[in-house]
Each structure stands twice: as C-alpha cells, then as structure tokens.
Design a protein around this ligand. Sequence first.
Ligand SMILES: Cc1cc2nc3c(=O)[nH]c(=O)nc-3n(C[C@H](O)[C@H](O)[C@H](O)COP(=O)(O)OP(=O)(O)OC[C@H]3O[C@@H](n4cnc5c(N)ncnc54)[C@H](O)[C@@H]3O)c2cc1C
Length: 408
Amino acid sequence: MNHQIDIAIIGAGPQALTLVTHLLQKKPALKNRLQVFDPSGTWMVQWRQQFAAQEIPYLRSPGVHHPDVKETLFNFADHRQEELYYPYNRPGTQLFQDFCETVVDRWKLRDQVTAAQVVQLTPLAKRFQLQLDTGEQVEARRVVLATGGGAAQVPGWTAEVNPHPPGRLCHSQDIKLPKLPDLNDETVLIIGSGQSSAHLALGAIKRGAKVLMMARRTLNEKLFDAEPGWLGPKYLKGFQAEPDWQVRWQMIQDARNGGSIAPELLTQLRRLSQSGQVTFYEQCQVSRAHWQQEAWQVQCNVAKTHDCLAHQRIKRIWLATGTTTDITAHPLMGEILERYPNQIVNGLPVLDEHLRWPGCDLFLMGPWAALHVGPVARNLHGGRMACDRIVPALTKASVARTVIHPPR
Ligand SMILES: Cc1cc2nc3c(=O)[nH]c(=O)nc-3n(C[C@H](O)[C@H](O)[C@H](O)COP(=O)(O)OP(=O)(O)OC[C@H]3O[C@@H](n4cnc5c(N)ncnc54)[C@H](O)[C@@H]3O)c2cc1C
C-alpha cells in the first residue's frame, strides 16, 4: 500500500466504481495514482449483501444505469434476455452483479481496493490524512467520499421500548431474510412505505408469517423512486436554477415523496391481503410498543378511534424506515466541518459545482450530493451525474483548485 497518494476514494460501492471507470476513461494514467478503501477489500460487497438480505430478484432501475462507461449491460445480456425484467429492462440481481464483475476486470481494478475502513479524516496543509482501522496512515492530495447512505433512521418511540429478546425489533439494514428461521404463524409488523418494506413483507410471508404493513401515509405506487424527469433536464433544469437551497431541499423531498413501492410488488401484496397473509394499516403510526408475555403490545396514534393493533400478538417489529442524511453526523466529517465550516441545509451540504467541499479538495458522492444532483443522487444514475461534475476537477488542471488550508 502507498502511504502518499494522489486520490483516495473512500468506499467501493457502485458509485465509487462508476467514478473510477469515468476517471480512467478520461485519464488512464490516474490508475497508479488512486487508491480505494473499503473494509471488504473488494468491490460492491455492500450492494450484494443488501440484495441478498432482502432476496431482491431484480433491480428497480433500468439496465441503462450501471457503473461502466465503455460497455453496455445490454450487450453483456445478449444471451441472458430472460434476466431483463419488464418494463424498462430492469436487470436481474445476478445479471447485474455478473456485469459489474466484468467491469472490474475490464478496467483491471481487482487489486485497486485496500481492505481497510477509514476511521478518521484529517485535513493537513495541502493534503488529507486518512487513519485506517488497520492502524496505518495514508496521506492523499484529494479525497472522494463515496460511503453510501447514512445511519439507520428509527422512529422516536423506539427509544422508550422496554428490554426485549434480540431480533424482535430490527431496522431493515439488520434483517437478513435467508438467515431467519421459519416464521410459521408469527405476526410481523413492518413499518414503512418504501420498496424495502415490500421486499421484507414478501420474504416474511414466504417463511409462513402473517404480515401487518403500517405506513404513516397511504402506500404510494411508483415504478421508480423518483420520476424519470429527474434523470435529465426536464426537472433538473428548474432544480439547478433554483437559488434557494431550502427550496431545493424541499423539491428533493417532494420528488421522493417519502418512499414508494413498485407497482408489481404492491399488486402482489394486495393479492396476498385477500387471503389475510398481509394487512395494511395506512395513515397510521406506532405511538408505543411494550414487550410482554413473549409478544409486542403495540399502540398506534389513532388508538382512540380504532384499536387496530392491540389484539395482535406481534412477534417481531421490522423498521423499514430508511436512513438519515445528516452530513454533520457522518463519522468522517468532524474535523472537516470544524476546519471548513459550511452551509448545511437540513443535513445536506452545499458544495461547489464539482461537488467539492468549499475550501478543500474533498469531493462528495451519493446522498451527500443531492442538493446539486437532485433526488436520484443516491442511486446508480446519481453516481453517473456526480461523475460528470467530479471527473473534470480531478483530471483537468484548469479546474483543479489550489488548496490553501488554514493553519491548524
Ligand atoms: C435494498 C436496496 C436496493 C437498491 N436498489 C437500487 C436499484 O435497483 N437501482 C438504483 O439505482 N439504486 C438502488 N438502491 C440505491 C443505491 O443505488 C444503493 O444504495 C447503492 O448501493 C449506492 O451506492 P454507493 O456506492 O453510494 O453506496 P454503497 O453501495 O453503500 O457502498 C458504499 C461503500 O462504502 C464503504 N464505506 C462506508 N464507510 C466507509 C469508511 N469509513 N471507510 C471505508 N469504506 C467505507 C461501505 O463498506 C460500502 O462498501 C438500492 C438501495 C437499497 C438499500
């Protein structure tokens, strides 16, 4: 491992892979000047694990969205057409993963990932110091944060639940369907109204459970998590012309609308509701949960008008309530925020046009770039849009900035 590098990329998910292919396409010589860090030591482990954990058969995004810049997924899928799902040729999970393996090989990136978690990021004069969990330290001239989403978001009432056995109250990030026992005749309460709630519901039903799906809104059916207009100028033009960051933030919330479920999954669940395997509780929220006599006693906020859950013997509560996007809570951002105070809008940072943190050569991808890239920032296509902004700054001297760090 080099201890003095030019570009350090933190995270080896699909967004980082997209960045590396785009960087090398533009400037192949960068190959020896960049290093990627991920605890797994390889590419896209988190992606693979989240698809396996929720037994997701195919992607929500169309096959045109992928990390490569040279080869299309459709060429690769020439003899695997049955793994492209209607509509919009959404790739099967295995097809997409196999394709990404060819991306890694095509760009000779197998050895590019150092197996380490970055535990601290310190701005030095003209460089950054990365403290690794292996005990080693690395200095990098430029850093890209591609660490994916934030921490699990959990409802307030979870802070007040009484002691309960392990596995009885879990966030979706911690649920691994293949590792679960048979759930025969168990009642599982799933909270949330996004795609993960649907995958988990189907997984629980497959294992014999009866599922209660609770959403604080009416379940929202949408093919993609944001309208396709957000992938191009149709909506982005107005978004990027909006000078008020608070308004932009609101536009992102409105576009994602608190999560949605793809139509075919919701249809499947509605069918299962006819046989009582799933019951929907919409416009309803838990206000209190108490573990007693081997089950959860759950009260909801409309208990005064209808007592929907009190009679249920709920064995498990699963929180499909998403993740937070608060850059000030990001474990690597403490010293950056201290040295380079910046405007933050409801957790999202205001960056320059190259997604660079004002004052230093730190670039942010994924959800952290949303105020610039828009509501799909965290998705595969968002990674590509982030590259369009970051790559010129990393490859062209004319747009690279001279960093003058304030004294420590
Ligand atoms: C279940 C699920 C399904 C999804 N399906 C789709 C889909 O079909 N289409 C789509 O476009 N989007 C989808 N998304 C959204 C998004 O594309 C994925 O979350 C995607 O994984 C984001 O890529 P990423 O590279 O930003 O983050 P990740 O895939 O999360 O990768 C980030 C990597 O950074 C590493 N990391 C984090 N902190 C550190 C650190 N301190 N040091 C070193 N490494 C670190 C992590 O270990 C991880 O490997 C889905 C999301 C989920 C949760």
